[in-house]
Write a new protein. Structure first.
Length: 386
């Protein structure tokens, strides 16, 4: 399983509504409406309030007259819920949300002919199956990257080589147990992290994709998560609370995003990150427009703006992600360098198992895999101690 979601997971979801998608597209961009309302991951849309050096909103507002209003969301499920409620124009959706939004007809096709910088997008992303259905694009690529293992260098003499430090009880290099000192992600998609761990350590289960699990594979993943439950001090979904826990609450290891790692290191905290031997899940995020967007012109202006090389470059540095516009790594228009992009995982695209929504019809057969609604209810149970 690679990033190519020509696996059953994506194809089954796509086939469920292929032919039913709305094909109407905006044909021209008119004057801005005065604002654009965006649901975004924390750290994705900065106006210099966190760090004055990172601001890709102010100049956009001055140039277009479109004021940018941002509602941050900490999980893909929260993003889907907000888009279902309405009132937003755009969302920066990961792969475990994007196809659900398309299937639910919450987002509209995007006319890439109205986005001049579309030609600069990484060819690996232009037709990515998490935002393209039946040849129709439902968004513009934004950023991508891995879910990393963040750790405290005081507790680990060397970088951990395995995710076992967050799944199995052990004594760490500082002589203390990891129990009560690790965290896990507060989202059902974390089941995929457990499945990926089992792919490496229990090949007899026959897992080929962490998003396509039959009943036995799924049960094994849940058992591992119940074991992890005994170790976890907090299930995190707020990036800033997780950072505070690493600084003040004795947390020493957790799955995380490069965003938290970068901020903590910038504060001089003893923090580092790694991708262990089992590999990593990851995210490839897409800016998508609500089917009832009240501000489509400003939305198109923003999507074009997000593909500008300097924005992509600075965001890549800020978030520790890989730009969707390769030139942003090396053209010198922003802060990023080729070395920085390489460090963020530019060459790891084929190795990352990008988030996608689990469905029942998968490569193992029709109805063979456990669908996402069960991931949701069962993960709530795991967190609750069941």
């Amino acid at each position: 399983m690679t990033h190519r979601l020509k696996s059953g997971s994506a194809l089954a979801l796509v086939m469920a509504f292929a032919g039913q998608v709305a094909l109407a597209q905006v044909t021209e961009v008119g004057p801005g409406e005065g604002q654009v309302n965006i649901v975004a991951w924390p750290g994705y849309i900065e106006r210099g309030e966190t760090d004055a050096a990172f601001d890709w909103v102010t100049k956009f507002e001055e140039a277009t007259g479109c004021m940018v209003n941002v509602k941050t969301a900490n999980t893909s499920d929260e993003m889907v819920a907000l888009m279902n409620e309405g009132g937003f124009d755009l969302v920066t959706a990961s792969g475990d949300a994007s196809l659900r939004l398309i299937a639910g007809k919450r987002v509209q096709p995007v006319n890439v002919d109205l986005i001049p910088s579309w030609s600069t997008v990484d060819d690996r992303l232009k037709d990515a199956p998490w935002h393209t259905v039946d040849g129709v694009h439902y968004g513009t690529p934004y950023m991508w990257g891995p879910n990393v293992l963040m750790y405290n260098t005081d507790a680990f003499a060397e970088a951990p080589t395995s995710w076992n430090v967050v799944f199995e009880e052990m004594t760490l290099a500082d002589g203390q147990s990891n129990k009560g000192r690790v965290q896990a992600y507060d989202g059902p998609i974390h089941i995929a992290d457990a499945a990926q761990y089992l792919m490496f350590h229990k090949p007899e289960l026959g897992i080929t994709s962490p998003y396509e699990l039959n009943e036995d594979q799924y049960a094994a993943a849940l058992d591992l998560l119940r074991q992890q439950r005994q170790l976890v001090s907090r299930y995190w979904h707020d990036a800033f609370i997780q950072m505070d826990d690493f600084k003040n609450e004795g947390v020493v290891a957790s799955g995380s995003w490069p965003f938290q790692v970068n901020l903590l290191k910038a504060e001089g905290q003893p923090i580092a990150s790694t991708i262990p031997q089992e590999g990593a899940t990851g995210w490839a995020d897409t800016t998508m427009m609500h089917v009832d967007a009240a501000n489509p012109n400003c939305s198109y202006m923003w999507m074009e703006h997000t593909l500008s090389s300097n924005l992509q470059s600075d965001l890549s540095v800020w978030f520790g992600a890989v730009p969707s516009v390769p030139a942003a790594c090396s053209d010198g228009r922003g802060m990023q360098t080729q070395e920085g992009c390489d460090a963020n995982g530019l060459a790891d695209f084929e190795k990352i198992r990008f988030w996608t929504t689990p469905v029942s019809n998968c490569t193992q057969g029709e109805g063979a895999c456990v669908p996402y609604y069960r991931w949701v209810s069962d993960y709530i149970g795991v967190i609750g101690g069941r």
